[in-house]
Design a protein around this ligand. Sequence first.
Ligand SMILES: [Zn+2]
Length: 114
Amino acid sequence: MFPLRLPRHKCRICGVEVEYSQVKVHYQTTHPEYGKWGRQLHTLMWLVLGSGVALVIVDLLYRSLNPILQYIIPAYLLGACFLLIGLHVRKLIAFRDAWKKAHLLPNEKRTEES
Ligand SMILES: [Zn+2]
């Protein structure tokens, strides 16, 4: 009936496959903490980007005064990116573990009982 199968997104926390149009809704309703973290990450990314732009402006204005700035900016942005990715991965693992503890253990108990 539906020959065109839309690509689906596999939830990074519970592993359920969700339609792409429903991904945001799924994270907001099923994993509200993760949705909240996503917004915090977004804010952090904008802060890094904003401070990066500010540094570029400072670099353009004072390059003659401080030539080392041109090395500091890429190092800062790269470091900040790695830091954000690391933070995100750690949060993701923590959310997944919490989800498993809350949802997989009762299921195992149920199958043992039946
Ligand atoms: Zn999920």
